[in-house]
Design a protein around this ligand. Sequence first.
Ligand SMILES: [Mg+2]
Ligand SMILES: [Zn+2]
Length: 212
Amino acid sequence: MSSGIPAAPDGKAAAVFLDRDGTLIEEIGYLDRPERVQLYPWSPAAIRALNQAGLKIVVVTNQSGVARGFFPEAMVETVHGHIAALLAAGGARIDAYYYCPHHPDGRVAEYARACDCRKPGRALVDRAARELGIDPERSFTVGDRWFDVALARAVGARGVLVRTGYGDREEQQPPPGLAADAVVNNLAEAVSWILERTGRNTSQVEDRTSQI
Ligand SMILES: [Mg+2]
Ligand SMILES: [Zn+2]
């Protein structure tokens, strides 16, 4: 490993579970075609910094527009391909994209149901943890909604609320009993906050060194 976060003794990685709309890209309502994707200007550099630090980056997004019939599930994949291309042009890479297409009030029968994967449900994080070898308890969530913070609580991660998207509104209306580990202006600040925490975690580095 060249730099950044050392692998823990169990070999599992730390990750950032990243919300998409209002966090990585502009919140514009139901995003139904790739042309409408707009990265925040700081997003490529922020993602690149996480790449360089050796953190995995996993998009976890609720896409109930599928269940509501606003766009087909394949469009979600198309949009993610477009986001990946935009980030690649900025030298940045997201490791994986996971989404929930469901909603209990949806009108597309196939997707109209309660599920465990709609945030704050933890099923997508559990799947990512399994498929990518991630330890959620060494990980972070970043998002513009309280349910992104609630997801962190559910999986034992640290949760950062950003003020982009719905975040400034959300900050004014914290749900009872739920507090973010940090509230920051945007993804760039969230990444700085995360890198400060992980960079300070020298005990893991020392543990690893002593084992070698
Ligand atoms: Mg969002
Ligand atoms: Zn779901």
